[in-house]
Design a protein. Structure first.
Lengths: 500, 739
């Protein structure tokens, strides 16, 4: 058997495997070995890295960290990234039947649906002349760092399966999420924080909720850890009332002594591993509060991210589904936390905001959504760049699908003011992490209905993402129920044109 | 993937239970002979057979059977041995022309140059392909052979020990000593009831001189109604039980628990496993079916459901039926049926057509929420809209739905029509009518000559009592699974299980009374070297408690646990500020109900209780044949700081302070309550030092004592001190493990 460089692909003994499962710490057993009396020799040498220890990729990576911004609900690509003048010319007219034949919609009544023009104005930005609508003035200034894929497509037109596919590669529940695959393949670079952190803003989780950051059949230590925006950042991080840090240390020492004694008696490596995870938890108790303490950030930085912004009454009225009061603050803070997490080595940071599901009143709702996210995301890209982190950090803007060029004509609507779900052609973008700045990948037809050039399936996108991290998506597999599963299921092709 | 397959053939035994995949960069050395089974068959199966196999024969070509392959297809011969230039098959795989290249674009990965080279060499060497009879040898796979009761070796009195010791002697290993009595009591209590023994039970057992004390303990525990709770939870994992629909939102299933209650009752009554099977898969089809038998069909109602307006109804109905087929295949037969949904199984003899034969048994079911009155309603179940208490059931539709093969698993791409039938590799099914029914299927599964059902069931029971099954790949008895570590013992148990009328209690009694079960779980030096994975069973295994059991253990130590059995699910409290992300809809139950056992906690599929996920409970989105036992910092944070666990520590503290006076007595009692044993002299010394240090800190910060004790009455300082001690004990690895 050829030995490969990717740790999780190596056969390790059964005991070793269960021994390692879930030890999320850089503290190897060697470090705890001295705690033990009666240490058998063989054991001391078994100082393998934990499943979350950093591991070498298949080939030289471009990126080390990922900030994956998931704007679920389906922002309208034709109003943001992929201008279609023909929609305005043909506004109110039906699409030729050949387009919609055999197409199933979530809500549109096919027989009477007509095209919906866009009131947005588009302009070219940056040296490469990327097009953005007037709703994204800040992001537009990052044009030369962005690679916009206009030819995304996915398999389903309903939110939940669509979200699950974006997060796990297939539309069925139960598969590991992207971040779980990444920490499984590469480990974490952080000693004191989880390898995969989830931050949500807007008061509602995506439809499929924690399935989006679950570990599926991978060991549960790879699941995303949600950080909370109020109270303690991680569930149960704080000691119970009355237990001071001094007492915590004293009690942990007593626990460790008892565990070490038990270990000497039973020699079960799980006990040694347990000692290590308790130390890791103790360190997390310091590291997590330090992470969310923004007092060291400059006024300038906080302003750039828009951390102190407050929604106006009219904004709140216009868009009830985008999160209530405090969403702007929460999303901006999350963007800033994303940078701080990356600085501390967290491998995969997953930001959520929604919903961008604009079936009606699309204009005011989309406008407000963009007001929430445009400024902080642009600030994040610039901040990373200024700190020399953008080259090694991949930033992604993604949603489960896009929106139809047709207006949505549900019976209860007076007239179409929004768009339905569109899985056949939509836009997402990447920045940094060795992707090609100022680039547009793919081309859609004049209606934005279907893809003309370089179709990119979700599996292709995931293959590309793994590639950027030095992982061959065909080789990152996990055997479960008799099958070697991968993030890209049975598909996946790296989009070479997106790479710098 | 193909190279994986090659290597995997060689390393199956090594890796298969590990969930690990091997990768290599080159497939074969230049001077190695190309072997059909090893090198070529996997390529054909992986890249060609989907369109040129039993279900579909594009161009009339079939590449899964030698005779058919050599006959060629519609356009003539495909493979000419020794004549590469006259073998159109080679020509097609060696092309880049998108109109002619095989596999066609979008139908799978093109063959790599190495793989093309393999096929070239194979054809040039004569395209050796063993006759079809010989290749059907895959059916010689052990798990598909009839169960033959082996002779019990003469190595020990207890039959299980006889088999195990025979292996140990062969390996030159000695079994471990029996665990001490306190450990045995605790192990049995957790394994059979999921609850720790009380200090009184510990005292009684340690002082029971009767030579049959252990056997009497086993009898007592098997008769406890908590036995049904413990073993129902194992079954719920397989049945992907949940209290919500899944997919999105949190649509609550007000009646899901009725099926759970049925399972608890059935297991407590030791319903024979054959009846247990038949009622759950086809209770509605039994003549004059009782309400209880109909409630049993709730097994498959546990599948996911969507009420999303934007979803395609047929697509989601199909997903349910696919789930029924997969869960049935896994739960009763330990087969990876799901692999055959989109194409013929790559490794096991299950064709895609056979997959849809299985699917067809379930394809005509309809959902009915059946009125099902409660006999003894101790929970005072109330309903929102009416007084009708219901249960989720399945019934056979009046109009059978036709079943077709779904080409590549796409429900819109209908292939040939299929009638309900079972895989040809297994014994034939005797249909009672023209068209085989679910009832026929259920009876077939538990027929005495079925080679899988009994083996799979006893293996799973063994797994719950040892941590791992005799077949370590409990979810894969197929050709890619691990062979049994003790094949004869497995078959003896499987046969014994049926002989004893499929009685689970009898089987468990048999296993736990063996010396093999009663061994110490300590890892001996020689075993570290010789058998670190404990394949030979020269010791017991130490197992971290499951999420629900861990919570039950803490509540029991605290004296808070509510032992009422059955009833609707409940929502425990979550921290008040936990609502921002995931628990917004979570409305906790009033306090007393919160102390019910963990198996009654509401399983919310998309937003599960964080505690359950942190300790590896399944979320009900997919069936779970074996839980992980992870070891993470968030577990440490939970045990240290979660309000419920701290409350339990505090109650242990209060109990020892209120009932005992001296430090020594208190320490003894704290150990008995939490660990079911008394402390050693060294532990006593160590903890006395701890108590002194902790006292100093409490004296230094007197205000903290009240917070820790949780009340200002009584001896606050002492209660706080002993709560801290209890917190220490309840964070040890011993507390959270069954040894």
């Amino acid at each position: 058997m050829k030995q490969t460089s990717l740790m999780p692909l190596l056969p390790i003994s059964d005991t070793r495997r269960s021994f390692l499962t879930g030890i999320s710490t850089g503290l190897g057993l060697a470090a705890v070995a001295h705690l033990m009396s009666g240490e058998p020799k063989a054991r001391a040498e078994e100082t393998s890295p934990s499943p979350l220890a950093a591991r070498p990729p298949h080939f030289t990576p471009r990126a080390r960290n990922c900030i994956f911004i998931n704007l679920f609900g389906g922002p309208s690509q034709a109003d943001l990234f992929d201008p279609k003048p023909l929609l305005n010319e043909q506004h109110g007219r039906p699409l030729p039947e050949s387009f919609t034949k055999n197409v199933r919609f979530a809500f549109i009544e096919k027989e009477t649906a007509t095209l919906l023009g866009s009131p947005r104005t588009f302009a070219r930005h940056g040296a490469a002349g990327l097009e953005f609508s007037d709703l994204l003035p800040h992001l537009a200034t990052c044009a030369d760092d962005m690679c916009v894929i206009r030819s995304m497509h996915t398999d389903t037109f309903a939110h939940t399966p669509g979200e699950i596919q974006l997060s796990t590669g297939v539309s069925v529940l139960g598969r590991p999420s992207l971040g779980a695959w990444m920490t499984y393949g590469l480990g974490s670079l952080s000693r004191d924080l989880p390898g995969f952190v989830v931050l949500t803003a807007g008061g509602r989780p995506p439809e499929a909720a924690s399935a989006n950051w679950g570990s599926g059949f991978l060991p549960p230590s790879h699941q995303g850890v949600p950080f909370r925006s109020q109270g303690e950042p991680i569930l149960n991080l704080n000691n119970p009332a009355g237990i001071s840090r001094e007492m915590q240390r004293l009690q942990l020492d007593a626990v460790r002594e008892l565990n070490a004694r038990r270990y000497a008696h039973l020699r079960d490596p799980e006990i040694a591993a347990r000692i290590a995870t308790y130390e890791s938890a103790y360190r997390m108790q310091t590291a997590a509060p330090e992470l969310i303490d923004l007092s060291g950030e400059t006024r300038q930085t906080l302003e750039a991210y828009g951390v102190d912004r407050v929604e106006t009454e009219s904004q709140l009225q216009a868009a009830k589904r985008a999160g209530g009061k405090g969403t702007m603050h929460a999303f901006s803070t999350n963007c800033l936390l994303a940078r701080r997490l990356v600085e501390r080595g967290v491998r995969f940071v997953n930001l959520y905001h929604g919903s961008w599901d604009h079936h009606d009143q699309l204009d005011p709702q989309l406008k407000y959504g963009c007001e929430i996210v445009d400024r902080p995301i642009a600030a994040l890209i610039k901040d990373l760049k200024q700190r020399g982190l953008l080259d090694s950090t991949l930033v992604v803007w993604a949603s489960e699908f896009g929106r139809t060029p047709l207006g949505e004509n549900r019976k209860e609507y007076d007239k179409p003011t929004g768009r339905d779900h569109h899985p056949f052609a939509f836009t997402l973008w990447m920045a940094g992490g060795g992707t090609k700045g100022g680039e547009v990948v793919g081309k859609t037809d004049d209606f934005g209905w279907s893809i003309l050039e370089e179709p990119v399936h979700i599996n292709d996108f995931h293959a590309t993402l793994l590639h950027v991290f030095g992982i061959d998506h065909l080789q990152l597999t996990y055997r479960f129920q008799g099958r070697d599963f991968r993030l890209t299921d049975v598909g996946g092709k790296v989009i070479e044109s997106a790479l710098a | 993937m193909v190279t994986n397959t090659l290597i995997l053939n060689r390393y199956i035994d090594m890796v298969v239970s590990l969930g690990i995949c091997l990768v290599t960069s080159t497939a074969i050395c230049a001077d190695e002979t190309v072997d059909f089974n090893q090198h070529i068959r996997p390529l054909l199966v992986e890249r060609c057979v989907r369109c040129h196999g039993p279900d579909i024969q594009e161009g009339g070509l079939r590449l899964d059977l030698r005779e058919r392959a050599m006959e060629g297809g519609d356009s003539g011969i495909a493979i000419r041995p020794n004549e590469i230039s006259k073998s159109p098959l080679f020509d097609r795989i060696d092309r880049t022309d998108p109109d002619l290249a095989m596999p066609p674009e979008g139908e799978g990965e093109p063959l790599s140059p190495d793989e093309i080279e393999l096929i070239r060499r194979w054809i040039e060497a004569g395209a050796d392909w063993p006759p079809d009879d010989a290749t059907a040898q895959r059916s010689n796979h052990w798990a598909f052979q009839p169960i033959v009761r082996p002779d019990v070796p003469a190595h020990a009195v207890h039959p299980i020990d006889a088999f195990v010791v025979a292996t140990l002697e062969r390996e030159g290993l000695a079994p471990s000593n029996e665990a001490d009595r306190a450990t045995l009591l605790r192990r049995l209590s957790f394994d059979l009831l999921g609850l720790p023994p009380s200090p009184e039970e510990v005292d009684a057992f340690l002082n029971d001189d009767n030579p049959l004390a252990y056997e009497r303990l086993v009898d007592r525990l098997l008769a406890s109604p908590h036995y049904g709770e413990r073993w129902a939870r194992h079954w719920l994992d397989l049945a992907r039980y949940a209290d919500t629909d899944g997919y999105s939102g949190e649509q609550y299933r007000p009646w899901a628990w009725r099926w759970r209650a049925w399972v608890i009752d059935a297991i407590n009554n030791d319903m024979p496993f054959d009846r247990f099977t038949i009622e759950q898969l086809a209770g509605d089809l039994i003549s004059d079916a009782t309400v209880s038998q109909r409630v049993a069909t709730g097994f498959h109602r546990n599948y996911l459901h969507t009420r999303e307006m934007d979803a395609d109804k047929e697509e989601f109905r199909v997903r349910k039926i696919v789930d029924c087929a997969n869960v049935t295949g896994s739960t009763w037969m330990g087969l990876t049926f799901g692999c055959a949904e989109c194409h013929t199984h790559k490794f096991d003899p299950i064709t895609q057509r056979e997959y849809y034969g299985m699917y067809a048994f379930f394809n005509s079911t309809d959902e009915v929420d059946l009125p099902a009155p409660l006999d003894n309603d101790i929970f005072r179940v109330t309903t929102d809209d009416s007084d009708i208490v219901k249960a989720q059931t399945l019934v056979e539709s009046n109009e059978p739905r036709p079943t077709h093969v779904h080409i590549r698993g796409n429900f819109l791409a209908k292939g040939p029509k299929v009638e309900p039938h079972v895989p040809a590799i297994l014994p034939p099914l005797e249909a009672t009518s023209e068209r085989a029914t679910r009832l026929d299927l259920a009876r077939w599964l538990v027929s005495p000559d079925h080679p899988l059902t009994s083996r799979v069931a006893v293996n799973r029971i063994w797994q719950h009592l040892y941590g791992r099954g005799l077949v370590r790949t409990e979810n894969d008895f197929g050709t890619q699974g691990a062979p049994p570590t003790h094949p004869e013992l497995l078959d003896w148990l499987a046969d014994e299980f049926m002989r004893r009328g499929w009685s689970q209690k009898e089987l468990i009694r048999q296993i736990v009374t063996s010396s093999t079960y009663r061994q110490s779980s300590a890892l001996r030096d020689d075993l570290v070297e010789r058998d670190p994975d404990n394949r030979h069973l020269a010791r017991q295994n130490r197992l971290r408690h499951e999420a629900e059991i861990l919570r039950d253990a803490a509540l029991s130590a605290a004296g808070l646990i509510d032992r009422r059995i059955g009833g609707p699910s409940f929502r425990p409290a979550v921290p008040p500020d936990a609502g921002d992300v995931v628990m917004a809809q979570w409305k906790p139950e009033p306090t007393p109900d919160q102390y019910r056992r963990g198996l009654y906690i509401v399983v919310q599929r998309t937003i599960p209780l964080p505690y359950l996920m942190i300790f590896d409970a399944p979320d009900g989105n997919a069936f779970c044949t074996r839980r992980d036992r992870s070891n993470t910092p968030t577990q440490a944070l939970t045990l240290l700081n979660d309000p419920l666990f701290f409350e339990c520590a505090r109650h242990v503290g209060r109990r020892v302070v209120q009932r005992h006076q001296t430090t020594n007595e208190r320490l003894q009692q704290a150990f008995l309550l939490t660990l079911g044993r008394t402390p050693s002299a060294e532990e006593t010394d160590e903890l006395n030092t701890f108590l002194a240090e902790q006292s100093k800190l409490l004296n230094k910060y007197p205000a903290f004592a009240g917070d820790i004790a949780g009340s200002s009455t009584g001896d606050v300082q002492e209660t706080a001190l002993w709560s801290c001690l209890a917190r220490v004990l309840m964070n040890t690895d011993e507390f959270i493990s069954r040894e």
